[in-house]
Design a protein around this ligand. Structure first.
Ligand code: LLH
Ligand code: MG
Length: 384
């Protein structure tokens, strides 16, 4: 079995998710956005697919790095191919990102699953076939009745509990929101949500990402009173020492790192330095499904959980493959958006949730994405 071809396709699709100047999503008017799909073709006719923002797998990335490494190689030798790509990152002047590695590796896993007629989550562990989801809100905003006040968060939390969620993580206000950051507002929002949902719903907060140690400590002490399950990315993760300092003083579990680079290597340092109580890895952020599993297995060896960052079929497969992850992160959610609407380029949701808050794994071979190839073909704007 040999890889014959790697194809990139960019297509348009309608969305109401807008991204602000700091990269946070919010609701907006319907626009046409762009998505890329890469396809890896094997000489047996087997194919694997993965989606990414077009910039991540632009033509130069495929031509300069991905095709030279993949073409002619056995598609099931993922570790060898991933290591070759990782090796080329050093000399790529930042062009070959962890996110690009992750897209390629996801497509290789999808190909493996399709070729072996087995869902990827079973190939990589198969611990369970449904995972409890927490509702992960969008960041706060200034939209009346949206997520602009603590009361808005409380009202939305009630809706989320009625939908079936047993856990909620709030992302609070961050610049460019004019009054952000604001520790007092964050604490008020957490208190309002706890008051609204009662004691039996797990609550978490992911706020600002750049608080000082002192602000973080103050918020953390309030969260302990409100019985929050974890405190996430409240400071810049490049300062591991600040996280170790905070973790020493607080009882509430500190979760991280999420946005820090360094794949599984940097996560090992966080354990060694006592910088977190729960480890964090998302498939795009750490360079693929396999490195995310390496992080989870590393955490397990230290008696720690590893909570998976972000939604989508690949992250869901990792959650279902391992025991030491309590939740799947479903979102980002907002009162003015309907997450359960299926994106135009799929036939069905990759993470359907039942009324008890469980997300069920697709039993289709591969990553289980129910791709609408006709839609993609009809809306293609570039191929390379
Ligand atoms: O800052 C944001 O927009 C969110 O925090 C976002 O990055 C989200 O993916 C996250 O942190 N989830 O846990
Ligand atoms: Mg986060």
């Amino acid at each position: 079995m040999k890889i014959e071809k790697v194809e990139g396709v960019v297509f348009s699709y309608p969305t109401r998710r807008a991204v602000d100047e700091d990269g946070h999503s919010h609701p907006g008017p319907e626009v046409l956005a762009r998505m890329a799909m890469i396809t890896i073709h094997a000489d047996t006719g087997d194919k694997g697919y993965a989606f990414a923002p077009p910039e991540v797998v632009r033509q130069h990335v495929l031509d300069a790095f991905v095709r030279p490494v993949l073409i002619g190689q056995h598609p099931l030798q993922r570790e060898k191919l991933w290591k070759s790509l990782e090796h080329r990152q050093r000399g790529s002047a930042g062009q070959l990102t962890d996110r690009a590695l992750a897209v390629v590796e996801q497509a290789l896993w999808d190909l493996a699953g399709r070729a072996l007629n087995t869902p990827v989550y079973q190939l990589i562990g198969g611990y369970r076939d449904k995972v409890p989801a927490y509702a992960s809100t969008m960041c706060g905003d200034e939209i009346p009745g949206g997520l602009s006040t603590p009361e808005d968060y409380a009202a939305f939390a009630e809706r989320l509990v009625a939908r079936g969620y047993k856990g909620i993580k709030i992302h609070t206000w961050m610049p460019p929101v004019r009054f952000a950051p604001n520790p007092e507002m964050d604490i008020k929002a957490c208190a309002a949500v706890r008051e609204a949902v009662g004691p039996n719903i797990a609550l978490m907060i992911d706020g600002y990402h750049n608080y000082s140690r002192i602000d973080a400590l103050r918020i953390g002490r309030e969260l302990e009173k409100l019985n929050f399950a974890w405190f996430e990315e409240m400071m810049n993760e490049q300062s591991m020492e600040s996280y170790a300092w905070l973790a020493q003083q607080l009882d509430i579990p500190i979760l991280g790192p999420e946005s820090l680079s360094g794949k599984h290597y940097s996560r090992a340092a966080w354990i060694a330095n006592g910088a977190c109580d729960i480890l964090r890895a998302g498939v795009p952020g750490v360079g693929g499904i396999t490195p995310a599993l390496k992080v989870a297995h590393l955490a397990e060896a230290y008696g720690m959980d590893c909570e998976v960052h972000g939604n989508g079929a690949a992250n869901l497969a990792v959650c279902a493959a391992i025991k030491n992850c309590k939740w799947y992160e479903r979102g980002l959610l907002h009162p003015f958006l309907e997450y359960d609407d299926v994106p135009a380029y799929l036939h069905s949701l990759s993470d359907p949730m039942d009324d008890d808050g469980y997300v069920h794994l697709s039993q289709k071979p591969g990553l289980g994405e129910d791709i609408n190839f006709e839609y993609i073909q009809a809306h293609t704007v570039a191929t390379y």
